[in-house]
Design a protein around this ligand. Structure first.
Ligand SMILES: N[C@@H](CCC(=O)N[C@@H](CS)C(=O)NCC(=O)O)C(=O)O
Length: 339
């Protein structure tokens, strides 16, 4: 009997090992550089197609950009673990973007990677449009690039570079929402990331978040320190934005004209709003120009059609649970109130 069980166990293990090796060899992942990959062709029906996710900061930027230019696109929603499963590392999606990240724009059948590159690429292709989101003056264009970079995710290690970019503060500042939402996602879905994701530490963090929940995460000193560092750096970035808006004294970052810089900041400020940080930061630090700027951004049609019109049930429950937790759990309240 024991021998039979041992035999069955060995058989099961060998089958798992075989499946794992086969699966890994069909899910090769690597970091993809910014740019158009002309060597790769993707089946397509429209000039522009977008592989994106409703929650992703970078994908939102690209959706807003397409909407501002009034460019129709075919939408392919790809789940991240945050929205339910690791579709980003499915065989089908890795064939399009071996980096396993969203967004990927498909232009005439070729993938274009990295959101900052993509929005500039769209601007270059939209020459026939009446809309112009890039200044012709080279100095203004350079200024726009600085503000795009400042809202950008510049690295894959969320614990560093918070002073360099507000975008880099976003993953730690989204942790509370991730923790709140991961409650609704089964552990088995997270394990797929541990087996096949290029960035295994991300999957490991989600597993920890799932296991210890909002009340546990806020008690881990290292997590608290990273969130505090991102929060404090973000206040600095928003102060710089306040100064910029005072300097240009127009409605938008560069002055009178809405640009790709505002596209990037619309996505970033929305993330700060949905994670409840914006409300607390504005209450604690004033920043009247940022507040008025945010109201103007929310008034744009692209915000409505590409952000608020695309809710997600898991994220919406996470947002509501998080709001309750900030009042209920002293550690989160202290973090949100700035201590
Ligand atoms: N620098 C890249 C960052 C892309 C990125 O990190 N995308 C995230 C969503 S905002 C993602 O796909 N995460 C999936 C995962 O880590 O599993 C860009 O700007 O496009």
């Amino acid at each position: 009997m024991t021998l039979l069980f041992m035999g069955l166990g060995l058989l099961g293990l060998s089958a798992f090992a075989f499946w794992y090796v086969w699966e890994r060899s069909h899910r090769k992942t690597m970091k993809m550089p910014a740019g158009v990959d002309l060597s790769r062709s993707v089946p397509h029906r429209q000039e522009f197609e977008l592989y994106h996710n409703v929650l992703s900061l970078c994908a939102r930027k690209v959706r807003i950009c397409l909407a501002e230019y009034n460019i129709p696109y075919r939408s392919h929603h790809i789940d991240l673990i945050e929205t339910g499963s690791y579709e980003v590392i499915s065989r089908d999606y890795l064939a399009i973007n071996p980096g396993g990240l969203v967004p990927t724009l498909i232009h005439n059948g070729h993938p274009v990677y990295e959101s900052d590159f993509i929005i500039n690429y769209i601007a270059d292709k939209a020459t026939g449009s009446n809309t112009r989101l890039t200044p012709t003056d080279p100095a203004k264009r350079a200024e726009m690039e600085v503000w795009i970079a400042r809202a950008s995710l510049i690295g894959e290690d969320a614990s560093r570079d918070h002073q360099r970019s507000a975008g880099q503060c976003i993953p730690p500042m989204t942790v509370p929402l991730f923790v709140a939402s991961i409650r609704y996602i089964p552990v088995a879905k997270i394990l797929e990331g541990l087996l096949f994701h290029r960035l295994k530490d991300r999957a490991a963090f989600f597993l920890i978040f799932k296991l210890i929940g909002l009340s546990g995460v806020v008690q881990v000193t290292r997590f608290r320190q990273i969130i505090q560092s991102a929060r404090d750096a973000m206040v600095g970035h928003l102060r710089a934005l306040e100064d910029q808006l005072a300097l240009t004294s127009g409605d938008w970052i560069l002055g009178a004209d809405f640009s790709l810089a505002d596209v990037s900041w619309m996505s970033l400020l929305h993330r700060l709003e949905e994670t409840w940080w914006l409300k607390h930061i504005l209450a604690n630090h004033g920043l009247p120009r940022v507040s008025a700027y945010w109201t103007r951004l929310k008034g744009r049609e692209s915000y409505r059609s590409q952000i608020t019109a695309l809710p997600h049930p898991i994220i919406d429950r996470g947002i509501a649970d998080l709001n309750a937790a900030i009042t209920r759990i002293p550690g989160w309240r202290a973090l949100y109130e700035g201590s």
